[in-house]
Ligand binder design. Structure first.
Ligand SMILES: NC(=O)c1ccc[n+]([C@@H]2O[C@H](COP(=O)([O-])OP(=O)(O)OC[C@H]3O[C@@H](n4cnc5c(N)ncnc54)[C@H](OP(=O)(O)O)[C@@H]3O)[C@@H](O)[C@H]2O)c1
Length: 235
């Protein structure tokens, strides 16, 4: 396992939910954390929780459905003058469930694609070239195990696109120190997952850390499951 002590991790959507858990998990491993939410204020709770760990904590913010704000978020992160060693593309949205699955509007499709795919693409493009130059990088794109649910068609299709984008970028990173993989967190009780989900949000750890801890010649373009991996780690 790779030591992450002193590395810098940008985790999108770490103001709450799964991203917040990942931020705490990485900080516990000694990793400095760049917290992200839509506003600086939305990150306050995570910053408070991170005080427990002797790591550096930074904040960036921005609405991921707006190209301008995504670019501003990237500038904020670059202005920190740090190597972004780990990019955890976690932020995501799910537009409403439609029992009549022909009712998804183009606005819902577009919003979902902007946040879940386009922003991820821009963030990868902003940070992966420097990771290649530095000889080290871990990129984790959060996907979902959702299937056979056209009632959530924009969300399901966007996560398929996340998998595809990850695979295609992985092919370009084979002989570099950068690894890009997907993580399915499992169905967790968060604002997005809802109160009836199978697991508490804390169950995403430690499995969600596995794709950050892989060796330089470790899996690339691989699908990780936080819940299943956790079982293996606990053995
Ligand atoms: N929960 C599940 O069961 C489950 C299952 C499979 C996959 N996932 C995936 O896991 C990831 C995290 O989900 P979650 O359940 O933790 O969600 P969540 O509790 O709703 O948290 C979403 C996070 O993303 C940020 N965010 C939301 N919309 C945004 C936007 N338009 N622009 C910028 N940031 C935005 C939020 O920031 P603010 O606090 O500022 O709003 C928050 O930090 C998502 O990619 C989701 O698809 C979740």
């Amino acid at each position: 396992m790779k030591s992450l002590k002193g590395k810098n991790a940008l985790i999108t959507g770490s103001s709450r939910g799964i991203g917040q858990q990942i931020a705490l998990g990485l900080a516990k491993l000694g990793c400095n954390v760049i917290v992200h939410g839509r506003t600086p204020e939305s990150c306050n709770k995570t910053i408070e929780l991170l005080k427990e760990y002797p790591v550096k904590v930074y904040v960036v913010y921005g609405e991921l459905s707006e190209e301008l704000q995504v670019n501003q978020l990237i500038s904020q992160a670059m202005n920190l003058k740090l190597n972004i060693d780990i990019l955890y593309n976690n932020a995501g949205i799910m537009t409403p469930y439609h029992q009549d699955y022909w009712n998804h509007t183009w606005d819902e499709w577009m919003l979902t694609c902007k946040v879940n795919i386009f922003a991820m693409y821009s963030l990868c493009g902003a940070f992966i070239p420097a990771m290649i130059k530095n000889g080290f990088g871990r990129v984790i794109n959060v996907t979902s195990g959702i299937k056979d649910q056209p009632e959530l068609a924009p969300y399901g299709a966007s996560k398929w696109a996340v998998n595809k984008l990850t695979d295609d970028i992985a092919a370009k990173l084979e002989n570099t120190g950068v690894r890009i993989n997907t993580l399915d967190p499992g169905w967790l009780r968060t604002d997005l997952g809802g109160p009836n989900a199978d697991h508490a949000v804390e169950a995403v750890l430690p499995g969600a850390l596995a794709p950050a801890l892989i060796a330089d010649d470790g899996p690339n373009g691989h699908f990780f499951s936080a819940i299943d991996h956790q079982l293996k780690l606990d053995e």
